[in-house]
Structures are given as structure tokens and as C-alpha cells.
Design a protein around this ligand. Structure first.
Ligand SMILES: [Zn+2]
Ligand SMILES: [Zn+2]
Length: 103
């Protein structure tokens, strides 16, 4: 958000410029050079993400009993005998706390 340098009121974008709500002071929006720079940064970030061998386990919406985070990795494990239902195990994406699903 931009504020007017003249009176400090909020400036609203209007037809390629920012115009002060209060005193009418006008300021041109950021030029094309700035746009190019931010695009370059985004592209180099993408390259970094592609090379990152981070955790690819699926996540699900599950509230962590430890920290309250609502995203957790999950995996399904068959426990004990085969006629028992497989148990889902969750690992909090934030604090790494691990718990199992209770029916
Ligand atoms: Zn103003
Ligand atoms: Zn947690």
C-alpha cells in the first residue's frame, strides 16, 4: 500500500498512476525496469526449487495435537495381523511430532 507524500492519506491506483484520495497528489506507478527485476528473481527461485530434493511425502489436513498446525505428512502402515485395518500415521510438517490415527 502507498501513502501520499503530501498529506499521508492512502493512494489509490488509477489508470497507471497512484492518486491521493485526499489532496489529489499523483504519482506514476513503478516502471518496467522494476518489473523485469522481480521477474528475474522469480525465475532463479524456480531453479532452486527444481534442484531441491525435499520431502515429497503426501500431506493432509490434520491438526497436530502438539502445536496446533493443521498440515501433516501421512503414511499408511499395516500393523500386526493382516485382518486389522491399516493404521494411518501422521507427522506434523511444523514440529515433526508423530502420532497415529485413532478411530
Ligand atoms: Zn495527499
Ligand atoms: Zn506440530
Amino acid at each position: 500500500m502507498e501513502f501520499c507524500p503530501e498529506c499521508g492519506a492512502m493512494m489509490l491506483p488509477k489508470e497507471g498512476i497512484l492518486k491521493c484520495n485526499s489532496c489529489g497528489h499523483e504519482k506514476s506507478l513503478s516502471n518496467n525496469n522494476e518489473y523485469e527485476v522481480s521477474r528475474d528473481i522469480k525465475e532463479s527461485e524456480n531453479v532452486k526449487v527444481l534442484g531441491d530434493e525435499s520431502d515429497v511425502r503426501p500431506t493432509t489436513t490434520e491438526v497436530c495435537p502438539e502445536c496446533g498446525n493443521d498440515k501433516a505428512y501421512y503414511e499408511i502402515k499395516q500393523t500386526r495381523s493382516a485382518d486389522e485395518a491399516p493404521t494411518r500415521f501422521f507427522t506434523c510438517t511444523e514440529c515433526k511430532y508423530t502420532w497415529r490415527e485413532y478411530d
